[in-house]
Ligand binder design. Structure first.
Ligand SMILES: Nc1ncnc2c1ncn2[C@@H]1O[C@H](COP(=O)(O)OP(=O)(O)OP(=O)(O)O)[C@@H](O)[C@H]1O
Ligand SMILES: [Mg+2]
Length: 257
C-alpha cells in the first residue's frame, strides 16, 4: 500500500466541510470551561484540574501530555462520554450539563466523531458496514447509510475495499475505516485519542497526512497524543500536565502534513 493517501475528491471534501455547519454557527464548536474530574478512590484521583479551552470551527488542534496527565479523561469529557465533577462542557453552544441523557446521546451521535488507538471496528462486519454504523443513530435509512459510507471510504482512500473485513485490512487501513466512520455523520468535531499509537511510523505518518487533508477540507479535529513531534506539526498545540493546561500555542505556518 502506498503511504501517500490520494487527494480528496471534491464531493468527498464536501462531506468533511458540511460538518462545521451543524449547530450554533456563532458559538465555538467546543467550549470546555474550568472542568475538573476527580475519580473516586483511596485517595481520589484528580485527573483534571480546572481545565479550560475553546475550539473554533475548522481548527486542527494537538493536545499533548505525558502518560497519566489527563488526556483521555479530557477527551471523554469533550466527547460527552463522561460528565465532569465540576465545570461546563458546551458542544456547538449546547451545555451538556443541562441536557437529558437521551439528548446528550443524540448530540454525541450527530456532532462528534471519535477515533481511537485500538480502532474499535466490528470484526465480522465489512468496512462499508462499519462505516455505515456511524449513522445508526442519525435516523437515516440503510440504503442512504451505505451510500454515504462509500463516500466516506472514498474520502480516506479505501473506496476499492468496501467489502473487506477488518481482519483482511492492515492496521493503517483499519484506522482509515475508523476515520471514515468518525466522519460519515458529518460531525461538528472529530476527537482522536492517540490515532497513530498502534501503527508503525510510516503508516502513522500517512494517517497524520490524512488528518491534515481533512483539516484542509474544513473538518474540525482534535488529536490527542503523548508525542510532542506530532503535536508540534499541528497549527495549534495545547499542553496538559498533571490535569492542568499549561500551554496553548498557535504556529505561524500551520502545516500538519
Ligand atoms: N476510571 C478511572 N478511575 C480512576 N482513575 C482513573 C480512571 N481513569 C483514569 N484515571 C486516572 O486519571 C489520571 C489521568 O488518566 P488519563 O487516562 O486521562 O491519562 P492519559 O493522559 O490519557 O494517559 P495515557 O497517555 O497513558 O493514555 C491517571 O492518574 C489515571 O490513573
Ligand atoms: Mg490516554
Amino acid at each position: 500500500m502506498s503511504h501517500v493517501p490520494p487527494p480528496i475528491s471534491e464531493s468527498a471534501a464536501l462531506v468533511a466541510r458540511d460538518g462545521a455547519a451543524l449547530g450554533d454557527a456563532e458559538a465555538p464548536v467546543l467550549d470546555v470551561d474550568r472542568v475538573t474530574k476527580t475519580y473516586p478512590g483511596e485517595p481520589p484521583v484528580k485527573a483534571l484540574r480546572e481545565a479550560s479551552l475553546t475550539i473554533g470551527p475548522g481548527e486542527l488542534v494537538g493536545i499533548v501530555g505525558p502518560s497519566g496527565s489527563g488526556k483521555t479523561t479530557l477527551l471523554q469529557l469533550m466527547g460527552t462520554l463522561d460528565r465532569p465533577t465540576s465545570g461546563r462542557v458546551r458542544i456547538t453552544g449546547l451545555d451538556v450539563a443541562t441536557m437529558a441523557d437521551d439528548d446528550v446521546a443524540y448530540l454525541r451521535a450527530t456532532r462528534i466523531g471519535f477515533i481511537f488507538q485500538q480502532f474499535f471496528l466490528a470484526e465480522h462486519s465489512t468496512a462499508l458496514d462499519n462505516v455505515a454504523d456511524g449513522l445508526l443513530y442519525a435516523g437515516i435509512p440503510v440504503g442512504q447509510r451505505r451510500e454515504r459510507a462509500l463516500d466516506a471510504l472514498q474520502l480516506v482512500g479505501l473506496a476499492d475495499r468496501p467489502h473487506a473485513r477488518p481482519t483482511q485490512l492492515s492496521g493503517g487501513q483499519r484506522q482509515r475505516v475508523a476515520i471514515a466512520r468518525a466522519l460519515v455523520g458529518r460531525p461538528a468535531i472529530v476527537l482522536a485519542d492517540e490515532p497513530t499509537g498502534n501503527l508503525d511510523q510510516a503508516t502513522g505518518q500517512s494517517i497524520l497526512d490524512l488528518v491534515g487533508q481533512l483539516h484542509q477540507a474544513g473538518s474540525t479535529i482534535v488529536v490527542i497524543t503523548h508525542d510532542h513531534a506530532i503535536a508540534e506539526r499541528m497549527p495549534r498545540k495545547i499542553e496538559i500536565l498533571d490535569g492542568r493546561i499549561v500551554a496553548d500555542t498557535r504556529t505561524a505556518s500551520p502545516d500538519p502534513s
